[in-house]
Each structure stands twice: as C-alpha cells, then as structure tokens.
Ligand binder design. Structure first.
Ligand code: SF4
Length: 344
C-alpha cells in the first residue's frame, strides 16, 4: 500500500462519521445511499435513507413501486429523475439478475442510473474492486493536491484525476480508500477555507505548498442565470386541485404540476384562459392572482404567478389530492401554501 493510501486510511479509521449506510456492505443499500447522496447533503439523506430501506429492502421491492410511490419515497431529496432511474435499475436487477446486484463491472455499469461514480462506489465498497469513485469532493482534493489547473468536469481533468486516484488506491481496502478520499473533501479539503492543518496528506500537497488552495480547483465558467416568468391557475374543490402529470421528457417528469402554459412560458393574464384551453382542452374562468413564488430550474430563475380559477370542463386535466402522498412539484406546493390551500 502506498504512503498516501496509508495516511488516508489511518486518518479515516480515526475520524469517519457514523452514517447508517456505512454499517452495511449490502450492494443494494450502498447503491441507494450513493444515489441519494448525489448533490444532496449527508444530513438531509439520513432519515430518507432509513425510511427508504425499511420500505424497499431489496431491488425487487422497489422495482414494483409506481411513479407516485417513487416520488413519495424520494420526498425531501429532490432531483427525482435519479429516483426513477434507480427504480429502472432495480427492475433490471430483479428481472435479469435474480434480485442480486451483480458484482461484474460490465454488468454493473450497464444498469440504468449507474454512471462512473456510482459504479466505483458500489464496486469498491460492496465488492472490493479497485475502481475509483470520483465525485466533486475527490476532484477538489486531487486537483489541489496535484496542482492541476485543467477545469474540473472537462475530459483532460477527469482522465488525470482518475489516473492519480488509481495510483494512490489501496489494493487491500479500495472501498474504505474511496470513502476516505471523499470524506477528506467533505470535512477537511472543503470548497472554501480548507483545514490544511488537519489534512493527513498535507505534506506533499502542491496547492498548500504554493499557496494556491483558494485558486484550485479551476471551475468551468458558470452558465449565466436567466430570469423568466410563468403563470398557472389554481382550481380546487374539497381537498383536491386540478393538475397534470409532467411528461417524461421534461424536468421533474412524473410529478404533478399546476396547469399553465408551460414552466418557462409566460402569457398575459387575459390570454391564460386560451392557453389552458390550447394545452389541456380545459375551459376555465381566470380570476385574481393569489400567489407569486420564486423557484429555479437549471439556470432559469422563475417567478410564477398563480391565479384563482373556476372550471367548466377539465379536458385532459385531472383532480389530484392535496395530501402529502401526491407528488406535487415544489413550486405547486409553494403556491398552495401562499394561497392558503395547504397548511404545510
Ligand atoms: S493540504 Fe489542504 S489543500 Fe491540500 S489536500 Fe489537504 S486540505 Fe486539501
């Protein structure tokens, strides 16, 4: 085992956080936790993870979940697309691998929703393969430690970082090694003000030696945020509201949205009635604005104004319960709260 791996593992054994998924080597549990942890804080994952594993302890159990059940299981975590991909992957494992997550790298990487990072995490932690798991934390640690100035996320940076991780990797404990590197990025080599004094691999860190920790890693120029407006209507009756299920090819697919001319489209309030008729075949009378909320989708910063409305013909719209089991989008829930349709 190389010096870097030895230092990292000794440090990890000493400081690692007690997280529910670290108590398991079950590949399904590891798969679930790794998907949940993508773009989500560890603390936000603890409770949803426990709830999820109690309800869906095997791939087959989750494979049978309906779209609505997937949304409910994933509530609080956001980025629902990854949940549906996990369900698709679970279905494949249940059907083609007798409900056993395959240990073979090729079979694992062929599963829906298993990209290079997830592959590395499951393969190393559950099966002991020497496969790097490079997430944003690892990219930051390696870029700083080796003084890489290629923007992270680009092909050259990805290849260089993978090579370094492979060179450092412990052959005896690849899963712990990957987790140690991620943990170092999460709690010591943080995005701002890294705690180099507590770092087990500070001795030969290029960024520390050259005083470049606040300049590395180099990031790609962020996409400019675009301000847009949209409009929707709120039609309700006894604990239900009119909505539609977002189609598969759109952001937040499968969730329920308030009717409007489209998430990124505005229209004059006077034209809203015609837009609802055109999009959903529904005949409505549009009233006063009852809520104005802000939300973001990718680089769009959206202000959505919702109008109270009454309906004569619902067309392709449907009535959905306002209860917590209906996967209303976050913007819709914000509208309900602001217009006092929901208490929570
Ligand atoms: S010494 Fe500092 S910059 Fe270098 S890897 Fe450690 S925490 Fe990150």
């Amino acid at each position: 085992m190389g010096t870097t791996a030895k230092r990292l593992l000794a440090w990890f054994d000493h400081v690692q956080r007690d997280l529910p998924w670290r108590r398991s080597r079950d590949p399904w549990a590891i798969w679930v936790s790794e998907i949940m942890l993508q773009q989500t804080r560890v603390e936000a994952v603890r409770e949803p993870y426990k709830r999820f594993m109690a309800k869906y302890p095997t791939p087959r159990a989750f494979a049978k979940a309906s779209d609505d059940e997937v949304m409910v299981a994933w509530r609080g975590l956001g980025y629902y697309r990854r949940a549906r991909l996990l369900r698709d992957g679970a279905l494949r494992v249940a059907d083609e691998h007798r409900d056993t997550v395959p240990s073979d790298l090729e079979q694992l990487s062929a599963l829906p929703g298993v990209g290079p990072y997830t592959l590395g995490a499951i393969a190393s932690i559950a099966f002991g393969h020497c496969e790097p798991a490079v997430d944003g934390n690892v990219e930051r640690v390696v870029s700083r430690h080796r003084g890489f100035d290629a923007p992270i996320g680009t092909g050259p940076a990805r290849r260089a970082i993978r090579e370094v991780v492979l060179g450092w990797m412990s052959q005896d404990r690849p899963g712990d090694f990957n987790q140690a590197l991620m943990e170092l990025g999460a709690i010591v080599c943080k995005p701002t003000s890294p705690s180099c004094g507590e770092c087990p691999i500070a001795k030969d860190c290029v960024a520390k030696r050259k005083g470049l920790t606040d300049q590395l890693p180099v990031k790609k120029a962020p996409r400019q945020a675009v301000e847009v407006s949209s409009r929707a209507i709120v039609v309700q009756k006894a604990g239900e509201a009119l909505g539609y299920r977002i189609p598969a090819d759109q952001p937040n697919a499968g969730q329920i949205e308030l009717p409007g001319p489209g998430v990124l489209h505005d229209c004059d309030p006077d034209d809203l009635k015609a837009a609802i008729l055109k999009h959903f075949g529904a005949s409505v009378t549009v009233g006063e604005a009852v809520a104005s909320i802000r939300h973001a989708i990718t680089h769009h910063r959206i202000t959505m104004t919702a109008h109270a409305a009454t309906v004569r013909r619902i067309g392709r719209l449907q009535w959905f319960s306002l209860g917590s089991d209906t996967p209303w989008t976050t913007p819709s829930r914000k509208v309900f709260r602001q217009s006092r349709t929901l208490d929570a």
